[in-house]
Design a protein around this ligand. Structure first.
Ligand code: S3P
Length: 451
């Protein structure tokens, strides 16, 4: 049994792309959101859960290592992860602060998981995570009786466990799946039923996983009703491919496809797949075939053909189900005919970087007209010049900008691309195999193995 995390080599440096195309069959890593959740629930279950295709990006490894410091061991056998559940009351106090790295999902979900424990913990993160808002999760947890202190609204977050949390009706003010999941995890420890609701639709992976672990839930509109003190049982589970990782290849296949591109074994959860509809609205030829009727998470294939895109007004109701896809969508917009407007997406300012600002700066550097507002952007499609742009340490921006190198006039270099490891180890290789012309980069080094 190993208590260490999965080891992989990390690429450090920048990525230069000089045209090429994408095509063929593409399989992306396991879904990051689902991987975090399945790991935490497996930790609380009795018995050993086995999980295939767990996302091995740094964010999910941060969750495994956090669980490890709480006394939950895991082991890798080839690509299969075993998590040795300790039961709902089996977590131990960690000796030191838990470092969540760059991962907002790790930190926010842990707030819910740790609030009802009988010990205290402190959660810390890297520079980017330290700037992200944590009161949105701390405040509704306090309504249940949690004792949580943030630092100027963000990390470090101090949690003084309170095993006597109150069940009840909790109305979360932000449409955040992370916050909803945190409250749901805390509710597993409260006496009686809790009803947790968000103002709009958010991804429902937690709600789909809980019944598999033997914890029935009820859904009432946007609310989830969950009963506390149910014993969770270990599961065998296969994580679907991450549609948010597939997004970059979907856009690449529209802009620089070579015949049809097939993305296989990918999650098609309706709370995550809005980019497909948005690209179709822009004129993309995309077909979807689902093959998982009855499974907890719908999965299937996405087929994309090269397409001429036209700008659109992005409807506000797709902002939440497409929230992680805006960097990819902005790239599609930059290459589309006409203007694309995005509004009601102020949440983009609170991601791994301020995605409105980072995207605007990069696209302007490449010669694209962009206007920003507090909650969105207007992008006028045009020629992409090429040159050097920075991703501000944001994995999704790094991958989105790389795609522009397929169509830019001159080669395009994205700096800071080591952050791609956050969610998509192997992105560069996959892009090269699909047909992108990636220029040999002397700055790429293989870093020391991760601890
Ligand atoms: C996530 C929810 C979203 C998303 C993030 C992952 C999750 O964040 O942007 O990448 O796994 O629940 P919010 O909960 O802040 O909307």
């Amino acid at each position: 049994m190993s208590s260490g995390s999965h080891r992989h080599a990390a690429e450090v440096g920048c990525l230069t792309i000089a045209g090429g195309h994408v095509g063929g069959t593409i399989s992306v890593p396991g879904d990051k959101s689902i991987s975090h959740r399945v790991a935490m629930l497996a930790a609380l279950a009795s018995g050993t859960s086995t999980i295939r295709r767990f996302c091995n990006g740094d964010d999910c490894l941060a969750t495994l290592s956090a669980l490890n410091s709480l006394g939950v061991e895991h082991a890798w056998d080839d690509q299969v992860l075993s998590i040795y559940g300790v039961g709902r009351d089996g977590l131990n106090a960690p000796g030191v602060a838990i470092d969540c790295g760059n991962s907002g999902t790790t930190m926010r979900l842990l707030c819910g998981l740790l609030a009802p424990q009988d010990f205290s913990t402190t959660l810390i993160g890297d520079e980017s995570l330290s700037r992200r808002p944590m009161e949105r999760v701390a405040e509704p947890l306090r309504e249940m009786g949690a004792r949580i202190t943030t630092t100027d609204g963000g990390p470090p977050v101090r949690i003084d466990g309170n095993p006597q949390l109150r069940a009840g009706r909790i109305e979360i003010e932000v449409a955040s799946a992370q916050v909803k999941t945190a409250l749901t995890l805390a509710s597993l420890y409260a006496d009686g039923e809790s009803r947790v609701s968000t103002p709009g639709m958010v991804r429902d992976h937690t709600e789909r996983l809980l019944p598999l672990f033997g914890c029935p839930i009820r859904t009432e509109g946007q609310a989830t009703v969950v009963r506390g003190h149910v014993e969770l049982q270990a599961i065998e589970f296969s994580v679907p491919g991450d549609i948010s990782a597939a997004a970059f290849f979907m856009v690449a296949a529209c802009l620089a496809g070579h015949g049809v591109t097939r993305i296989v074994d990918v999650g098609l959860n309706p709370g995550r797949s809005a980019l497909i509809r948005l690209l179709q609205d822009m004129g993309a030829r995309i077909e979807v075939s689902e093959h998982s009727a009855g499974a907890a998470e719908p999965t299937g294939e996405i087929h994309i053909w090269p397409s001429d895109l036209t700008g659109i007004d992005v409807p506000k109701d797709v902002v939440a189900p497409a929230i992680d896809e805006f960097p990819a969508l902005c790239v599609a917009a930059a290459c589309a005919d006409g203007e694309t407007t995005i509004r009601g997406a102020g949440e983009l300012r609170f991601k791994e970087s301020d995605r409105i600002e980072t995207m605007a700066v990069a696209l302007r550097t490449l010669g694209v007209f962009v206007e920003t507002s507090s909650d969105g952007l207007l992008i006028r499609g045009g020629d992409i010049s090429g040159g050097t742009v920075d991703c501000a340490g944001d994995h999704r921006i790094a991958m989105a900008l790389s795609i522009l190198g397929l169509v830019s006039r001159d080669s395009l270099t994205v700096t800071g691309t080591e952050c791609i490891q956050t969610s998509f180890p192997g992105f560069q290789d996959l892009l090269a195999k699909a047909g992108a012309n990636i220029i040999g980069n002397p700055e790429i080094q293989i870093s020391a193995e991760k601890p």
